[in-house]
Design a protein around this ligand. Sequence first.
Ligand code: SDX
Length: 392
Amino acid sequence: ATGAVTLDPGFKNTGACKSEITFLDGEKGILRYRGYTIEDLAEKSSFLEVSYLLIFGELPAAAVLEKFENDIKKYTLVNEEMKNIIDGFPKTAHPMGVLASLTSALTAFNPQPVDVNDEEELYDTVCKTMAKFLVIATWTYRKKMGYPLNYYDNTKGHVENFLRLMFELPTGPYKIDPVIVNALDKLFILHADHEQNCSASTVRIVGSSHAGLFASISAGVSALWGPLHGGANQAVLEMLEEIQANGGDADKYLAKAKDKEDPFRLMGFGHRVYKNFDPRAKIIKKAADDVLEALGVNDPILNIAKKLEEAALKDEYFKSRNLYPNVDFYSGIIYRAMGIPTEMFTVLFAIGRLPGWIAQWKEMRLNKEPIGRPRQIYTGSPLRDFVPVDKR
Ligand code: SDX
């Protein structure tokens, strides 16, 4: 095409596609999955029910949800040879890097590309992805800890399995705390989709070349890893721990975040779309209070986070740029109270975001979206003749 090109770095003003999945209103702080408010879903639904809603478009009747949960269980055994792949990683490897590799490796054991027009085959592939991803995500932690890799227990629920896969040791029973199961279920719902965020757009553009679902999800994991995106939840805790180590001086970090010479940004603050507040942050902040109280955890980091939020919300620099706490600001505090290590925070974000990535990949393929191939504005060298090496 020779038409004029409109430059739009970061696609701040570009609508990449039409979508029926998630609705955001950044001014009003509205987030809805398939028309249902995030407040209702976080309060009344479950992670697998919301996963079904996002992927298939409707809240499932009880029998349909039960079938979905059972169909996921058909695929919860991961090929034992996948263990050879994870054994190749050093313990120091970041779990997100291991997860991206293992997700892509799933293609090796499921090479058959899915026929998106075969409804049953697509449904089975969705169930397989939901099952295998949860298991391999927990394997990244087990590998780091030098623990044996656990198996999904088909007699237990999906979120309870996450906890067992993560923490159950052969040396003794693992006690499931319903407070933690409920809080995790809510957190996974809050992370499940967010329209054309960086990682969902990545899944769509990789899938638009008709690369497979596992390969597209693997690319989404890599995009989410970045500290400006899902990696922020880990970066928030590291920032809060640093503030705590420096005597809790939040103002110093606010000043750093405002200093244009310093690349430091206040992690967990700001958002491309939400210019008032992130509705998920409000729900997670309340959940943090509830979970820490229920677990009897009094974490000074939570108080530092609240002090930092208070100071930032009063600060002219932040106010004038509409910078508010986002989904990543408080989530890590809950994960930490549950005993989840900081390096695993973004893996939990990926587990929550998986149904959103699947839903968007499915929509992109069923809508027969064209391959993603933007143009550019060339600012390089004008035409010039080749210079032989002895003349350079
Ligand atoms: C997620 O897109 C999604 O929906 C993402 C997500 C999802 O569910 O998928 O919501 C999940 O990724 C949440 C965001 C997590 N990231 C962080 O918390 C990292 C810190 N936040 C920033 O990096 C930033 O706010 C972004 C990346 C989130 C948004 O960046 P934008 O929209 O590109 O905004 P910008 O970089 O153009 O910033 C606008 C101004 C700039 O100042 P000026 O150049 O105008 O003077 O605000 C400043 C920025 O310097 N700014 C910040 C800041 N965020 C923006 N200054 C200090 N601290 C910050 N956190």
